[in-house]
Design a protein around this ligand. Structure first.
Ligand SMILES: [Mn+2]
Length: 316
């Protein structure tokens, strides 16, 4: 399991790293963890594979570790063993919130709006205690943009707290989570992220790629409740693509044929994670919202194979 940016030889095994999930929650959790514990940003890695680590004694944030991990894991994903070999701090709120709850004494209050970025990134801003909104009302501003809707100009509105999460996510999906982490740590105010030109460029480029794929490039095959979406992209767009092809009653399997990354959305997500883990690759995630990596490419006929396994009683 290769990690980005380094080979095993370069790793000082007497030392450990912070390994974090490469999304807004993982990045915000890492930012707060570093600030609270006064750790250098150089110690952070964002593994390509969910749950991967550098040394067994790493600090893992917002991921369920792969086998052999013995360090500290702070997480909210559901797949941890009952008696893990590692130290686990688990709660059913986004990891950023867990980190804040444990380390808030050591996090200067000026950084507390970063909690909202991570929690909103996981779609759970509703779990935040009211204090955050009183402390940082600027998060509730609405950002607007006009766009040409074919026959007239339309207005697109988005609350600032969600926009911050989407800017951080844009860099992460463009495979530059380290940039997002650095920007988030260094940011003094909400405006520093909101008005950051580099993050905005990632966001614009990413939404352009999503539109191109959804409107032109993607190939879509459906069978019963399953919909397979095939596309190619350098960026990590699976969640966005799967979301765009999702509808009530359908479960979407979006496959990036360039990287073999898969995103799954819908009611049958847990069932598909179980099926696909039997010989197709390695998959995991939240209920209704999962992902993984294929070890063997899949195609349209795989849908028939999966449906047969579900309906035909060939489940083993
Ligand atoms: Mn999370």
């Amino acid at each position: 399991m290769a990690l980005e940016l380094q080979t095993v030889d370069e790793v000082d095994t007497t030392d450990n790293f912070i390994v974090a999930h490469s999304d807004a929650d993982g990045i915000s959790a890492a930012a707060l963890y570093l600030i609270a514990n006064n750790i250098d940003i150089e110690k952070v890695r964002f593994p390509e594979v969910f749950g991967d680590y550098v040394t067994p004694n790493d600090i893992m944030l917002d991921m369920t570790p792969l086998e052999g991990f013995k360090g500290l894991c702070i997480d909210h994903h559901p797949q941890h063993p009952e008696n893990p070999e590692y130290q686990l701090i688990w709660d059913n709120v986004p990891t950023t919130y867990i980190v804040w709850k444990h380390f808030k004494e050591n996090i200067p209050k000026g950084h507390w709006w970063k909690v909202v970025v991570g929690v909103a990134g996981d779609g759970q801003a509703n779990v935040l205690e009211p204090m955050f909104w009183y402390m940082f009302p600027e998060l509730l501003l609405v950002s607007e943009s006009r766009y040409w809707g074919g026959s007239s100009y339309k207005n697109w509105e988005y609350p600032v707290y969600l926009r911050l999460a989407s800017l951080i996510n844009a860099a992460a999906r463009s495979r530059n989570p380290n940039l997002a982490l650095r920007k988030l740590i260094e940011a003094r105010t909400v405006d520093d992220i909101l008005e950051d030109a580099e993050l905005e460029a990632y966001r614009v480029q990413l939404s352009k790629r999503v539109s191109e794929i959804v409107n032109k490039e993607a190939k879509v095959y459906s069978l019963g409740p399953l919909r397979l979406v095939l596309y190619s992209a350098e960026e990590r767009l699976g969640g966005r693509i799967a979301h765009r092809f999702w509808e009530e009653g359908m479960t979407v399997i979006a496959v990036n044929q360039q990287t073999n990354e898969v995103s799954i959305r819908g009611d049958l997500t847990t069932l598909l994670v179980e099926l696909l883990n039997k010989g197709y690759g390695r998959f995991g995630g939240h209920a209704g919202y999962a992902g993984g990596e294929l070890t063997n490419p899949i195609g349209p006929s795989t849908l028939y194979e999966l449906i047969t396994k579900i309906f035909g009683g060939r489940y083993e």
